[in-house]
Design a protein around this ligand. Sequence first.
Ligand code: FNR
Length: 379
Amino acid sequence: NEIYLHGLADQVPPFTVDTTKLADSAREILQPGPYWYVQGGAGSGATMRANREAFDKWRIVPRMLRDATARDVSTSVLGTTMPAPVLLAPIGVQSIVHEEGELATARAAGSLGVPMILSTASSNTIEDVAVANGGGPRWFQLYWPNDPDLCVSILSRAAKAGFTTLVVTLDTWTLAWRPNDLDQSYLPFLRGTGTAIPFSDPVFRSGLAVAPEQDIPAAVLKWIPLFTGTDRNWDALPFLREHWDGPIVLKGIQHVDDARRAADAGMDGIVVSNHGGRQVDGAVASLDVLPEIATAVGDRMTVLFDSGIRTGADIFKAIALGAKAILLGRPFVWGLAHGGEDGVRQVVRSLLAELDLTIALSGHHSIAELTPDSLTRVA
Ligand code: FNR
């Protein structure tokens, strides 16, 4: 009804609800630095393109006369209930695209009950984001620092601020070759961003001669070795268990043996992800490895998915191929760029509506009914 009424009422939303066009519309309003920070991928962009092409290899096969008027797409993942199998992916330094940064995202997510995953590289502090998120569900993403004291400090702040699940990103122990980042300078945009989480952490600050707000390059130079160059391996995981009481999810898994290893290590979940094609250029598309991984470990742990989700149909396909829920990445950041809190809400609401209609029109009533049989492979 809303769709028909909108068309008849001569009302148009502030920016497009076509989530496949969001990057182009955001390009018109952002400066090249922020635009490329979000849009850029590693190397030639081959993996970014592959992430999208992988969805086209699968098609939904609609079923008829199944009365799908009553349906429910809500779900529960690792003890977190959510209106649809969608979480907002951890995205760093969101204030590059909008001055309210993660605070706006947290408000939008909280108002919809959609879980947000806060990045370690957030431009706002853990505590401020928690307040903005209110009673909304929230998870915390860890870039695992080399300094154990700093790690414990960040984890304890997150737990105290009501973040329930820990998402540990494994694929970014150093930044990839990202030509777009070298072609642009972020410093002018980073200057306004204030308090990234490590910068605001008392353990981190105690190691600096000058406050990071006054000398961002010095703070970044201190930050980089702390969060990169680690020689950590699978034996390090018990440390996290020791310092985190809730569920732990490993993000960036692409090989079925790594998925098995995560399950053997007693992890609660994984995110099948290639970081939106921002790390290994030429890497396999994330959706291409999902079915094998979900089949291998789906009964032992929670399998989540990201990299390339742009439409409700994409969410449908990822769930049908074995993900319990998906992480939405770049699209909500474009919404943030367009309209802050309202912009994030518009993008997320559009996607949830499209998912709901796709489920209904293909003859399903709930996400539990989505299986590989709901799809056919065409390439
Ligand atoms: C990311 N991603 C990311 N992941 C993470 O664990 N911590 C982080 O701080 C960031 N930061 C970040 C910034 C930007 C601008 C992007 C686009 C991505 C990766 C993110 O969580 C997710 O894996 C990808 O965004 C998924 O790919 P798509 O769907 O956005 O293409």
